[in-house]
Design a protein around this ligand. Structure first.
Ligand SMILES: Cc1cc2nc3c(=O)[nH]c(=O)nc-3n(C[C@H](O)[C@H](O)[C@H](O)COP(=O)(O)OP(=O)(O)OC[C@H]3O[C@@H](n4cnc5c(N)ncnc54)[C@H](O)[C@@H]3O)c2cc1C
Length: 203
């Protein structure tokens, strides 16, 4: 693994990827996996093989618990605002919103206020909001929901992207399915519905 290294360029020759330029230089390989979340779409567009993966921005606050009795013990959904409130050890994680604003990662205070409102409304006095951290991320969404796991339109380029709201949950399973596909093993689950090919078929 090369942590903290950025992929700068990908080179295609006919219908195969040949080289990738990272911060540590050019790499070549028999096969490549694109697992860049929402950013996969940008690279695939540059390769002339666009995929239907779109960034949908979400926000969370993580609040240190000050009174365990007043904090949630499990996950609760505030259906009014579509906000999920979860206990994470000695913290409360409050997450939600689906904002369509491209790759913009600015943190908007109005979103924070919505998350704060939900947790104060349902668990008053549970945590210290002033000490909370505020975060946003991009969910790589596909139009039909499931991710794209399998061979792309480029002969030696595989996709493991488009996991939307469930990327952490599906991370290990998706990696296992893709490793099986790349090794010519039959995956333990039926992976046909995850194949990028489903978007190439005429309706
Ligand atoms: C508020 C919120 C709450 C969520 N809660 C949950 C949850 O409870 N459970 C769950 O399962 N999922 C949850 N998700 C969804 C989850 O975050 C995503 O599905 C998951 O992060 C997708 O993983 P990924 O690795 O495909 O993409 P990402 O996490 O987006 O990772 C892509 C990585 O590629 C890197 N990258 C981009 N360009 C380059 C480049 N040129 N070179 C090198 N690296 C590059 C980026 O820096 C990034 O680290 C939540 C999302 C949000 C926004």
């Amino acid at each position: 693994f090369e942590y903290g290294s950025t992929t700068r360029k990908v080179v295609r020759n006919r219908n195969r990827l040949t080289n990738v330029l990272t911060d540590s230089g050019w790499k070549s390989a028999d096969a490549f996996v694109m697992a860049l979340g929402s950013y996969s779409a940008q690279f695939m567009r540059k390769l002339g093989r666009p995929i239907p993966v779109y960034p949908v921005k979400g926000y969370s606050i993580t609040v240190p618990i000050t009174n365990a009795e007043a904090a949630p013990v499990s996950t609760v959904m505030d259906e009014t605002y579509k906000v999920a409130i979860t206990r994470l050890g000695d913290r409360i994680r409050v997450g939600g919103t689906a904002e369509i604003s491209g790759y913009d990662l600015r943190l908007h205070e109005s979103r924070r206020r919505t998350l704060e409102h939900s947790v104060v409304d349902l668990f008053p006095g549970g945590g210290d909001l002033k000490a909370a951290s505020f975060w946003c991320g991009l969910r790589p969404m596909t139009p039909d929901g499931p991710p794209l796991v399998g061979l792309s339109e480029v002969a030696n380029l595989y996709l493991n992207t488009g996991h939307g709201t469930l990327g952490w949950t599906m991370a290990c399973g998706s990696a296992k399915v893709l490793a099986d596909i790349m090794s010519n093993r039959v995956p333990e689950i039926n992976a046909r519905d995850l194949s990028p090919e489903r978007y190439l078929k005429p309706i």
